[in-house]
Write a protein that binds this ligand. Structure first.
Ligand code: ATP
Length: 254
């Protein structure tokens, strides 16, 4: 189980996340939702140890991740929202480099990489440089890099970004398959329809604070709203979309 206990993070004394505590359990897909700037990526980076919380702790299987960050990272698979890829490398070279950094056995890693490239439809492009890949192709490389070592904890920050319909359908099923095999899966997305289909449990952040932590079914009942979009709008959307869109159209029309 992954647990966050009272996480606070400020940038130049401006709070980005405040008092964030939740648990993500094996076998469940936990959706992490919130408007732009609500603190989702900040939380994800704190879980990976990429940035440090101002206070609070992250625990995996009951132990602080900072006790042995290297071992924790070996069981972690992370797809970042804003990746830093080495664009001069080919897809294949990049994945081999990631496998080496993870100390994966060379032959086993190679056969796993070839297999995953085939399944993600990228095998024919494996020797092209990442700079020539489309956004969706790069996203698939990031997914392969995050999953090829069979991580126990899977963190996906906007994983559907750039994927076409067919690939999104595969990823949807894959996320559920990974959870059903006992992994802890935490994923953030703005695609509420996908979240509604895939997640057993959702957490909604609003301005850095958790405003919901429950199953979608229970939230529907509690709030008497039939859809996740309705729940999200009540808890985390403050503006009147129709009024703003009219103002934008008026402004450009003037
Ligand atoms: N490196 C940084 N320096 C200063 N402020 C930051 C930094 N990174 C994030 N923030 C601020 O922290 C807050 C939360 O940002 P974060 O990227 O976590 O939001 P998010 O929920 O992932 O948003 P989005 O949906 O747009 O990706 C925002 O107010 C943002 O401006």
């Amino acid at each position: 189980m992954l647990e966050l206990r009272d996480i606070n993070k400020s940038y130049s004394s401006i709070p980005a996340v405040e008092g964030v505590s939740f648990a993500a359990r094996p076998g469940e897909v936990t959706g992490y939702l919130g408007a732009n700037g609500s603190g989702k990526s900040t939380t994800m980076k704190i879980i990976t140890g990429l940035i440090e919380a101002s206070s609070g702790g992250v625990f995996y299987q009951g132990k602080s991740i900072h006790g042995d960050l290297m071992s924790f990272r070996r069981i972690l698979g992370y797809v970042p929202e804003e990746p830093h890829l080495y664009m001069h490398l080919s897809g294949m070279e990049y994945l081999v480099m990631v496998a080496q950094l993870r100390n994966m056995e060379r032959k086993a890693a190679s056969s796993r990489i070839h297999g995953l490239l085939h399944l993600f439809g990228l095998h024919a492009d494996r020797d092209l440089s990442l700079s020539s890949y489309s956004k969706g192709m790069r996203q698939k490389i990031l997914l392969i890099a995050a999953l090829m070592h069979n991580p126990g904890l899977v963190l996906l920050d906007e994983p559907f970004s750039g994927l076409d319909v067919g690939s999104s359908l595969i990823l949807r099923s894959l996320i559920q398959e990974l959870a059903s095999r006992g992994k802890v899966v935490l994923f953030s997305s703005h695609e509420l329809e996908t979240v509604e289909r895939v997640c057993s449990h959702i957490i909604i952040l609003h301005r850095g604070k958790i405003v919901a932590d429950d199953s979608i079914g229970h939230l529907r009942e509690l709030m008497s709203v039939p859809t996740l979009e309705g729940i999200f709008s009540q808890l985390a959307v403050e503006q009147d979309s129709a009024a703003i869109s009219r103002e934008i159209a008026d402004l450009i029309h003037a």
